[in-house]
Design a protein around this ligand. Structure first.
Ligand SMILES: [Zn+2]
Length: 505
């Protein structure tokens, strides 16, 4: 009989804690819809107490999801749990995920609590969470550096208090596969009521072992894996969803997940696009080179029989080459259908606006690809939430450039100009003059995202506003326009996220 493994996706919580990966609330909703369609089991939508933005986006995701459990993180504190419960109140299937640190170094220096205080807080938190919600997950933060006997003690007590899922995080990415497997086996054997809970792992990738550690835990009896799309997350990131799912799929047919693997490539692309974090070309499963065979001897083998050098097929993860989708003669219904296929549900008046933008783009380029449509939607989001680009002009001579930019915010338009060292520099300086926000570009790249001479140029950048760093991505057939829009998308994240507090689990 196949054993089910629950896929707990934390892209929107731990993944969003990647430096520079902040997502807006509408972007989170779009990703949540894609994750639901891809059939993950649980979506950790955020950390409700951390900011009003996080609270609202968990609330919005909760009210829309049907086929997936929505989860909020909460420290083992009353106010955190109340906030999580509030944000999840509209969810059809909900889970509160509460945690406290159990390692000596965390208890002594961070919490300044004794073992018995930690147990008492954990039990209290689980009981309180159960008053709001039938499904409660408890995490022992830094479990892999905790005393095993103490872990047994606290886990047994929180199961008795009503926790149905016990998560054993390798918070600092310190463990290795054999150790992780043994720890799970030890807990399953030595916690008296272990049969009353599902054991879970949450592995970080500091030593590049997150996927291996997670698989080892599953082989030892863990039945939930916490992971993120593209392996996003704190520091070196979390175990990558696509690696876990495909490794189980290819090597462990006795283990079963619900995930529709054919959606993997698309969701990976969408998350990369929205967070501005590029997937490395040699990344397992979703990297641009993951299925590219360069060496002559490999190509020869591939032509004779794909299995000579291929352990999974590109189509298994949904890579089938970019397909032509829409063009100049496509109507509103075709656009709406395409948007639905891409996971966007668009209200009628918004569709009209998008359709106008779509027609303008279709006049400029003949073939409109999925990526073009996603870029249009992102532009539309920028219009509602922050500074919107109304117009720009730039004059460039060998001695320098002058840029003039007009932006709109809250119904008012503002124009500013600046001189700079080249066209991009001058228009971005003009944006600074208008917005009154000084930013410093810490990274900037332009590449072509669609094919042909009329290709859209995609600009990816990161900008530091004081201590806060945000990524911005945009695309246009004009790279100066794409640069301004990418910069505005980073700036608008700053506008939207004024109070970000983040913790590690
Ligand atoms: Zn984590």
């Amino acid at each position: 009989m196949k054993k089910n493994v629950t896929i707990f996706d934390t892209t929107l919580r731990d993944g969003e804690q990647s430096p520079g990966a902040s997502l807006s609330s509408p972007q989170k909703l779009i990703i949540a819809r894609e994750l639901e369609k891809m059939k993950v089991d649980v979506i950790e939508a955020g950390f409700a107490i951390s900011s009003p933005d996080d609270f609202k986006s968990i609330e919005r995701i909760s009210s829309v999801m049907k086929d997936v459990t929505v989860c909020s993180l909460a420290r083992a504190m009353e106010k955190d749990i109340a906030a999580a419960a509030g944000a999840l109140s509209k969810a059809r299937h909900k889970r509160i995920h509460t945690f406290i640190a159990t390692s000596p170094v965390h208890m002594k220096y961070k919490l300044r609590m004794s073992k018995s205080d930690v147990i008492a807080s954990a039990v209290r938190a689980v009981k309180l969470s159960r008053q709001y919600c039938d499904e409660v997950e408890f995490s022992c933060e830094d479990a892999t550096r905790s005393d095993k006997k103490f872990l047994c003690e606290i886990v047994e007590k929180v199961i008795s208090a009503g926790a149905g899922i016990i998560n054993i995080p390798d918070t600092v990415g310190y463990s290795y596969p054999e150790e992780m497997g043994k720890l799970i086996s030890y807990l399953l054997e030595n916690v008296k009521n272990s049969h009353k809970a599902v054991f879970s792992v949450h592995c970080h990738n500091d030593l590049g072992l997150a996927t291996a550690n997670s698989l080892s835990a599953v082989l030892a009896g863990a039945r939930q894996v916490e992971c993120t799309v593209n392996g996003l997350g704190e520091r070196a990131g979390n175990a990558a969803l696509e690696e876990i799912v495909m490794a189980l799929n290819v090597r462990f047919p006795q283990m079963k997940t619900r995930v529709n693997t054919r959606a993997i490539a698309r969701v990976s692309g969408m998350v990369s696009h929205m967070t501005g974090i590029v997937v490395q070309p040699n990344k397992a499963v979703v990297g641009a080179n993951a299925f590219a065979h360069e060496a002559g001897i490999h190509q020869d083998g591939m032509l004779k029989k794909a299995q000579t050098y291929e352990i999974m097929r590109p189509e298994d993860v949904g890579i089938s080459g970019t397909q032509f989708v829409l063009g100049k003669h496509s109507g509103r219904a075709a656009l709406d259908k395409k948007l639905n296929e891409l996971g966007f549900q668009v209200e009628k008046d918004k569709l009209n606006g998008l359709f106008t933008d779509f027609k303008k783009l279709a006049d400029k380029k003949k073939k409109i690809y999925d990526e073009d449509i996603i870029a249009l939607i992102e532009k539309d989001m920028g219009k509602r939430d922050g500074f919107e680009l109304k117009n720009f002009e730039v004059h460039t001579t060998p001695s320098g450039s002058k840029g003039v930019v007009t932006l709109k915010k809250g119904g008012k338009t503002f124009t500013g100009s600046a001189s700079g060292d080249g066209p991009v520099d001058s228009v971005l300086k003009a944006v600074e003059t208008v917005s009154g926000r000084e930013g410093k570009l810490t990274d900037y790249s332009v590449k072509s995202i669609t094919v042909g001479k009329d290709a859209q140029g995609e600009v990816r950048l990161t900008a530091a506003f004081g201590k806060k760093v945000f990524a911005g991505v945009s695309s246009s057939t004009d790279i100066i326009e794409a640069s301004i829009l990418a910069y505005l998308s980073a700036l608008n994240k700053l506008e939207m996220q004024k109070c970000l507090k983040k913790v590690k689990v």
